[in-house]
Design a protein around this ligand. Structure first.
Ligand code: GLU
Length: 458
């Protein structure tokens, strides 16, 4: 079913409103309960989600009706919107928002700016948000979106106008108690502040103060939460700590390697290094570096901020992609994009544990290789929940007009993520499955329970 949304910002000036109306027929589409169609891309990312989902659903004996609901996203929104660039040209961008499920609470999930953004990827990432909120026990559903764009090719002013026009085009498809965006790949607190400002500017003046929670991951001065910026990396560090305690392994001297040195990878590395763990290799889009005696993540971060990547870092040796994967370390933390641990790369890994900080870093074949080789894996829908957990705290603080201090945020985050860790471990033991399947079972049980209690309208 295709329904045209009829959003018309009430206080927008008539000129821009009529321009928007002209460009919105038919670009703004909302596909309700759209069938998950076969995709063009071979082994699309959503196929990975379905393979993981089906395995857990079979073991659990998930209700067939609930299974059908969860097998496809609830809404898929595509907006094509024009922006004037610095040189006067007009360029049209494709923006996506997939809302997978909202039975446990409002749709929630990040917006990424990347050339790889498309409907299939957003669909997969939205479903992973549904599972991760259910695993973490956060009362949100799952959504994800973004713009298909290489942000490095645009000026900050252009990125601001692109962001604002995207939010304007999304209109009432997002909202503080409906669908709440957050940072993701190549988006940050500044972009969240522009989203907030644009959204509020389209509301009547007297409604603005009660809509601060339309987006999370905002700068603290614009209603953000202490500890949100480091939250995903902090959650990853808490998970590693919990695993170390459980396995009687000392953090002090534990060696680890990180793929991706953006917000999540750099924070995870810094926080683990502060606990005595030794960072031995890092890879990002610019290359890979290794130093078995240890890499100082603070120094590396200063280099990355200055030169845009790890390439050329003088305190470590430049290595190849394969060398990076073959590094001898205790823990591998993929914190970049999807499909990095595959049938090709998984056999190279020499680590004892993979802690998935990225969303979907391991494909189905990669998973099989790891388990065959006895490499333990802790799944994304557990390990990277720190971000959305602290987003939930930010959302609550905005609703209650409160500001929690960092110690409070960190303590609550630790309690929630270690609680989720223990629940996944318990499910693993009870169902005799691996950690990924256990996390799915936990999520699906919670979702099924909600559907069973609520029933299906009418
Ligand atoms: N983008 C982050 C994720 O993938 C955070 C989402 C959020 O805070 O809503 O989990």
């Amino acid at each position: 079913m295709i329904t045209q949304t009829t959003y018309a910002p009430s206080n927008a000036d008539s000129h821009s409103a009529s321009t928007e109306a002209a460009t919105r027929t038919p670009p703004l589409m909302r596909l309700e309960q759209e069938q998950a169609r076969p995709h063009q891309d071979e082994q699309g990312l959503f196929d990975t989600v379905l393979a993981q989902f089906n395995q857990a659903a079979d073991i659990l004996g998930l209700d067939p009706g609930v299974r059908e609901i969860l097998e496809r996203p609830k809404n898929e929104i595509v907006v094509n919107f024009p922006v004037r660039l610095d040189d006067g040209r007009i360029e049209t961008f494709a923006g996506y928002r997939v809302q997978h499920n909202d039975v446990l609470g409002p749709f929630k999930g990040g917006l990424r700016y990347h050339p790889q953004v498309n409907a299939d990827e957003a669909r997969a990432l939205a479903a992973w948000m549904t599972w991760k909120c259910a695993v973490a026990g956060v009362p949100f559903g799952g959504a994800k979106g973004g713009i298909q764009i290489d942000p490095s090719a645009y000026s900050p002013g252009e990125i601001e106008r692109i962001t604002r026009r995207f939010v304007y085009a999304l209109g009432d498809n997002i909202g503080p108690d409906y669908d709440i965006p957050a940072p993701d790949v190549n988006t940050n607190a500044q972009i969240m502040a522009w989203i907030l400002d644009t959204y509020l500017s389209t509301r009547p003046a007297h409604e603005r103060q009660r809509n601060l929670h339309v987006v999370t991951g905002k700068p603290v001065a614009a209603g953000g939460s202490a500890g949100r910026e480091k939250a995903t990396g902090q959650g990853v560090a808490f998970v590693v700590e919990e695993w170390a305690t459980e396995n009687n392994v000392a953090l002090d001297g534990l060696t680890f390697m990180v793929q991706g040195f953006g917000n999540v990878g750099s924070w995870a590395a810094r926080l683990l290094a502060r606990r005595g763990a030794r960072l031995v290799a890092v890879q990002d889009v610019t290359g890979a570096v290794r130093n078995d005696r240890g890499i100082d993540p603070e120094e590396l971060l200063a280099h990355v901020r200055r030169f845009g990547g790890v390439e050329g870092y003088s305190q470590a040796e430049a290595i190849t992609h394969r060398d990076f994967f073959e590094t001898a370390a205790d823990v591998f933390i993929p914190a970049a994009l999807e499909n990095q641990i595959t049938a090709r790369t998984a056999p190279w890994l020499k680590v004892r544990l993979v802690v998935e900080a990225a969303n979907g870093p391991t494909d189905v074949a990669g998973d099989m290789v790891l388990s065959r080789n006895g490499v333990e894996l802790l799944p994304d829908i557990l390990c990277n929940t720190g971000g959305v957990i602290v987003s939930y705290f930010e959302w609550l603080q905005n609703k209650r007009h409160e500001a929690w201090d960092l110690e409070d945020v960190d303590a609550r985050l630790k309690k929630m993520i270690t609680g989720a860790y223990q629940m996944v471990r318990r499910t693993e033991r009870e169902s005799v499955v691996d950690a990924r399947t256990a996390a799915y079972i936990l999520a699906l049980q919670r979702l099924e329970h909600a559907y069973k209690q609520r029933g299906i309208f009418p």
